[in-house]
Design a protein around this ligand. Structure first.
Ligand SMILES: Nc1ncnc2c1ncn2[C@@H]1O[C@H](COP(=O)(O)OP(=O)(O)O)[C@@H](O)[C@H]1O
Ligand SMILES: [Mg+2]
Length: 351
């Protein structure tokens, strides 16, 4: 079912402009922030780039990198490459067949949800871009492809008024909407479209304030069952599933750091993360790498301020980490370390 697209007008214009000169653009961002939806929107405006052929391939079901060229070939309607084949020779043949199919056309290929096959997507995009001069690739995922020439575009949550407009739309524009409560709810959901849509499905027949009270610290009420909705991919039927997918993409050290970072209520710097979160399988020297990995995977947000980078977790991401910290049985210990560290910094006149 087609739903209304909300906001992101300037961003869309910026992306179509960017795709005029850039041949590989990757939309990165946290689960449910709107990467796929924005990529679809770019396709709808493809004439402004301009391109005359658009193809979108959903890579979400793939977990085998060797199956990627075949899946993209099928998306391009290259029948003979439909079977799964492995090895560099086979991949080169598939690239040649896809290049022949695209010929001299100006095409835009969207590789959607590259997360589980990111290296294979990087290789394929590079090979195709080399072989087809008129091709542009728009990739989406929690992380960038990491190849030269790639332009990374960070997809951010919706600003307040667009977030409320999305909630209002998904509720069917009810006349008596409690706007104040809607604004508050969207703020607690950090403007993340998936969280707003899931809330909208749970709201009918329930005052927004009740839902806010049930939310606790996260983006969905504790113990909320996944919504029964055939129109949503399984990993978008609950916040737990969406963030669980991101969690599955992390290394064990990144997961442990994600859990421990949940004790920070606001933003923090690297020194704080090292003092509070190091220990056991995560030595202090490994925190920098792990935090970099979490930033790359759109779990942790980094702001490069003068002097030092500061990091922060969105509310729902923090709540997900806190749940893991509980499961690990570390909550009290890490909170204590956080409290002691905070007092020590305050004692030195620092934040
Ligand atoms: N700008 C938007 N306007 C309307 N709906 C949106 C917008 N952005 C995202 N959505 C909706 O929110 C949900 C999550 O968006 P999606 O693009 O699938 O997230 P992502 O690809 O980042 O995980 C989808 O149902 C999508 O249609
Ligand atoms: Mg997506």
């Amino acid at each position: 079912m087609a739903t209304t697209f909300v906001g992101r007008r300037a961003e869309l214009a910026q992306l179509t402009r960017l795709l005029r000169r850039a041949r590989l653009v990757t939309l990165c961002g946290v689960a449910g922030v709107g990467k796929t939806r924005l990529a679809r929107r770019v396709l709808e405006h493809a004439r402004e780039i301009p391109v005359d052929l658009t193809v979108m391939v959903d890579l979400e079901p793939l977990d085998d990198p060797d199956a990627l060229p075949g899946a993209v070939a099928r998306g391009l309607g290259v029948g003979s490459c439909g079977d799964r084949t492995a090895g560099q020779g086979a991949a080169a043949e598939q690239v040649a067949a896809m290049a022949a199919r695209l010929g001299g056309r100006r095409a835009l290929l969207v590789l959607d949800t590259c997360d589980r096959v990111v290296d294979a997507a990087a290789r394929l995009a590079t090979a195709l871009l080399r072989a087809v001069p008129g091709l542009r690739v728009l990739a989406t995922g929690r992380q960038s492809l990491g190849v030269p020439g790639e332009h990374v575009h960070l997809v951010r949550p919706l600003p307040g008024c667009d977030a409320v407009a999305l909630l209002r739309d998904r509720l069917g524009d009810p006349p008596g909407l409690d706007t104040e409560a809607a604004r508050e709810l969207c703020g607690l959901l950090d403007g993340v479209p998936l969280a707003i849509e899931l809330a909208a499905r749970a709201l009918p027949g329930r005052p927004i304030r009740d839902y806010i009270a049930a939310l606790g610290d996260g983006w969905e009420p504790a113990g909320a069952a996944p919504v029964a909705a055939a129109d949503l991919p399984e990993r978008h039927r609950s916040i737990r599933a969406a963030l669980g997918w991101s969690h599955g993409l992390c290394t064990p050290r990144e997961r442990l750091l994600w859990a421990r970072l949940s004790v920070f209520p606001g933003d923090f710097d690297l020194a704080a993360a090292e003092h509070v979160c190091a220990g056991g399988p995560l030595p202090a020297w490994a925190v920098l790498d792990a935090i970099g990995g979490l930033v790359d995977k759109s779990v942790v947000l980094r702001a490069d301020l003068p002097g030092a980078a500061r990091y922060r977790l969105l509310r729902g991401v923090r709540a997900f980490g806190a749940e893991w910290l509980d499961r690990l049985g570390e909550r009290d210990a890490v909170r204590r370390r956080h409290d002691d560290y905070r007092k020590w910094r305050i004692g030195r006149g620092e934040r």
